[in-house]
Design a protein around this ligand. Structure first.
Ligand SMILES: *Cc1c(COP(=O)(O)O)cnc(C)c1O
Length: 812
């Protein structure tokens, strides 16, 4: 590294000249960002080469984490932190009249994901490298990431996220590692006189998968792992030949565009299976490129196939990459000549699967016809896996047609990806204790009965390096001053803060830091949105994807109710509160977009009304993303985690808030249950129905939202305001759909059922906030107990229980 800041400054200035042809004085912030990035990348690259060499020489087992999404956010700050170069660089830049934070903001978020699932993958990569574990990500290099959200006339408008237009400085194109992926065509069974029956694949369409590698540097160590993102490109000779044959340059361009569309854009829906052919192409593209590359690395070790599971673990993040199973079978059998039994054994022993949801509309199922025509050989293998699995079931449960039909992988003209994933792997994990129990007892009960040993829980986590050390530097320093810095490598040690519960100067310091963070957010909101926010108000924050089950609507109705209360008595003494929202709705999710419109309408009404605007305020932050989360979470007092119990598999936003000292208002759902277990009743605000109650209502169908509407005048009044003449509706029908969902369609997510209990809990929050000392103590306890939610803990559990890999000390 750099021995001092002078050395850094020299190297930085030299980089500006050699890379950008500019003197320090004439460089823009963007130039400076690029030069700094290039310097950092050079430092990282030395260890990257060493790490790869080390893995090859030591033949360590490698983990390949297959995920359709990696929501990485910005990398500069995180890389500087992990390289321990932060303060040196900050001071050096300062001397040159540059501000590190402003340079960091020049970086476009790498938004190759929708939300929680993609962000989890990103946190896992950071933990793998930081724990010196050999684990890499495989994903797609979408040319357009998660759409950019604009709010125009109070409604969401989606703009394409052309994140590559300004160079992604961290990637390295590796054409020499490209592989070919095949689609369509037909399969012929061939029997030679001598050899066994084999299958020949013909008339297929070829696509070149070119990897772009991104280095993932561990914290304070020499490990640099790889995130490999695949890009779809035409194979030049083939496209030329095709163009020649057709002698038609228009069709050549169409052909090229069609191939490239495979890695063009991320599907912007995180909870509905759209079943689109292009999406299936994307999934197989990732899987086939990834598996071929895994096999290639394994073959370089020159070991027998029997040792494959000792050298490679293939993990699938949800079912999107489930075709890893038949693809590995295909290569082992058709290309490497293994028999079915042996290939199956190697496949099952090396593949593991994480389930992320029990929402039925999110469970992937592909039409048989689509799979068969797009991936004929893969379909044959899936069909055979299904046949053999059903025969096994028949032996265990003779005559139990119902059970076998229920468990089959191919049924009702569909390929069920979750079934394929369970049958073809050795481990199936849920992402929080409650979620795993629901999988075992309900959603996947019959699979659990069949393969109990495969099921296990791995409660999600977040990297405390990005979400605390990087996002909240003042808090991070205060913690270190109080208990030393061992918590940075062992986040459990945050518990040492529990000794500070009666340390008033320390509690005041926590309070001051929170206020400074709030002030920074206030300034930013003023500057970007022109809304004046009172930093003394409670910052109540609800940021996550917009979805019915996440119940942003419950929060919105609560604010409408508060507005009504203040209007009917303008002298009402309430604790000032600012409600922040950030949420993208899938472009096709009409109801979710209506909720966004409602929140923006409420903001407009509330913020412009003299009677209420100093008591409550509503701020909708457009384009919620990782970098916005990093800005908002350190400034939060209240964390809204109010999903319908049983619906949120884990949540990870809840963990980020807790680690930054916000108190949770939440249902007993997902990992909220585990937060509650850690901090106890006094340090979290739980409310609402339990998951058992919710599931019981779904089963017996006895819920009536209209009954609540009729009996609770507060509910009736606010709902009527959605459709009758009111400040919120102005007599228009904008929100009829919301009203209908809650009444005509009986409120699928129990918003009205939990309304009273939510209101009651929020009143308690307001009262408690007035006692700042007690509040700060609760906040301290949350921070102290948050170490469990470091993704280092999660990854260590995956490493030990699922992947069976160990920390490897690198050769120096
Ligand atoms: C953490 C995170 C999420 C997940 O939030 P939940 O509250 O768990 O749904 C989604 N998007 C971004 C940008 C995140 O950082």
């Amino acid at each position: 590294m750099f021995s001092d800041k002078e050395e850094f400054k020299e190297a930085f200035k030299a980089k500006l000249e050699t890379k950008l042809g500019k003197k320090a004085e004439e460089a823009t912030e963007r130039d400076a960002y690029k030069a700094l990035g290039a310097l950092v990348q050079e430092r990282i690259s030395r260890n990257w080469v060493k790490t790869n060499q080390d893995y090859r020489t030591n033949k360590n087992k490698q983990v390949y984490y297959f995920s359709m999404e990696f929501l990485m956010g910005r990398l500069l700050g995180n890389n500087l932190l992990n390289l321990k170069m932060l303060s040196l660089v900050e001071e050096g830049l300062d001397d040159l009249g540059l501000n590190l934070t402003s340079l960091e903001e020049k970086e476009h978020d790498a938004g190759l994901g929708n939300g929680g699932l993609g962000r989890l993958a990103a946190c896992f990569l950071d933990s793998l490298a930081s724990l010196e574990l050999a684990g890499h990500g495989y994903g797609i290099r979408y040319r357009y990431g998660m759409f950019e959200q604009h709010i125009i006339d109070g409604q969401q408008v989606e703009l394409p996220d052309h994140w590559l237009s300004q160079d992604f400085i961290w990637e390295v194109r590796r054409p020499e590692e490209a592989v070919e992926v095949r689609f369509g065509g037909n399969v012929e069974a061939v029997k030679n006189e001598s050899g066994p029956l084999h299958f020949e694949y013909k008339n297929y369409e070829q696509v070149q998968a070119v990897p772009y590698d991104v280095p993932i540097a561990g914290y304070n160590n020499d490990t640099v792992n790889t995130l490999r993102l695949w890009s779809a490109e035409p194979i030049v000779e083939n496209t030329l030949r095709k163009a020649e044959i057709e002698n038609n340059s228009a069709s050549f361009l169409d052909y090229k565009r069609e191939l490239e569309s495979i890695s063009s854009f991320l599907y912007p829906d995180d909870s509905t299976d759209e079943g689109k052919r292009l999406r299936l192409k994307q999934e197989y593209f990732l899987v086939s490129a990834g598996v071929q590359s895994v096999i290639r690395s394994f073959e370089r070790l020159d070991l027998p196939w029997t040792s494959f599971p000792d050298k490679a673990a293939l993990h699938i993040n949800d079912t999107h990459p489930a075709l890893v199973i038949p693809e590995l079978m295909r290569i082992l059998m058709d290309e490497k000549g293994l028999g079915w039994e042996e290939a199956w054994d190697l496949t099952q022993s090396s593949v593991s699967y994480t389930n992320h949801t029990t929402l039925s509309e999110a469970l992937e199922a592909w039409p048989v016809d689509m799979v068969r025509s797009l991936l004929p050989r893969i379909f044959m293998i899936i069909d055979e896996i299904n046949e053999r699995f059903c025969q096994d079931l028949w032996r265990t449960y003779p005559g139990d047609f119902d059970r076998i039909a229920d468990l089959a992988i191919v049924a009702d003209g569909q390929v069920k990806m979750a079934h394929l994933s369970i049958v073809g792997s050795h481990s199936v994990n849920g992402v929080a204790k409650l979620h795993t129990e629901i999988l075992k007892k309900r959603e996947m009960k019959r699979f659990y009965d069949t393969f109990p040993e495969r099921f296990n829980n791995k409660t999600n986590g977040i990297t405390h390096r990005r979400w605390l050390m990087h996002a909240n530097k003042p808090l991070s320093s205060a913690i270190t001053e109080a208990i030393g810095d061992s918590w940075m490598e062992q986040p459990k040690r945050l518990e040492d803060l529990l000794n500070k519960q009666e340390d008033h100067p320390f509690l005041d310091r926590l309070h001051d830091i929170k206020q400074e963070n709030k002030q920074k957010l206030v300034d930013w909101v003023q500057e970007t949105q022109g809304i004046a926010v009172d930093p003394a108000s409670i910052f109540d924050v609800h940021i996550k994807r917009l979805h019915g089950y996440k119940r942003q609507l419950l929060n919105a109705l609560h604010i409408m109710h508060l507005y009504n209360e203040i209007k009917s008595d303008p002298t009402l003494d309430i604790v000032p509160r600012t409600f922040f929202f950030g949420a993208k709705a899938a472009s096709s999710y009409h109801f979710a977009k209506k909720v966004i419109q409602l929140i923006n309408r409420i903001a407009h009404v509330v913020n412009n009304d003299r009677d209420v605007k100093d008591k409550i305020k509503v701020v909708f932050l457009p384009n919620y993303s990782v970098s916005i989360a990093e800005r908002v979470i350190p400034a939060s007092n209240v964390s809204e985690q109010i999903s319908t119990a049983s619906k949120e598999a884990s949540g990870t936003g809840n963990m980020k808030f807790m680690m930054n000292g916000a108190l949770t208002v939440g249902t007993m759902d997902g990992a909220n249950v585990e937060i509650h277990d850690l901090v106890g009743d006094d340090n979290i605000y739980t409310f609402g129905m339990s998951s058992e109650e919710v599931l019981e209502y779904y089963r017996n169908g006895s819920y009536s939202s209209r009954e609540i509407y009729e009996n609770d005048s507060r509910v009736r009044h606010t709902l009527d305001q959605l459709v009758h003449y009111s400040p919120f509706s102005k007599g228009e029908t904008d929100f009829q759909e919301i009203y209908d969902a809650l009444l005509t369609y009986n409120d699928e997510f129990f918003v009205l059922k939990d309304f009273a209990s939510y209101l009651f809990t929020q009143q308690k929050v307001s009262r408690d906030y007035l006692n700042q000392r007690e509040w700060n103590k609760k906040s301290l306890i949350n921070i102290a107990k948050s170490g469990k939610f470091s993704s280092d803990r999660t990854i260590q559990e995956y490493a030990t229980d699922i992947w069976q890999i160990q920390r490897t000390r690198m050769l120096k």
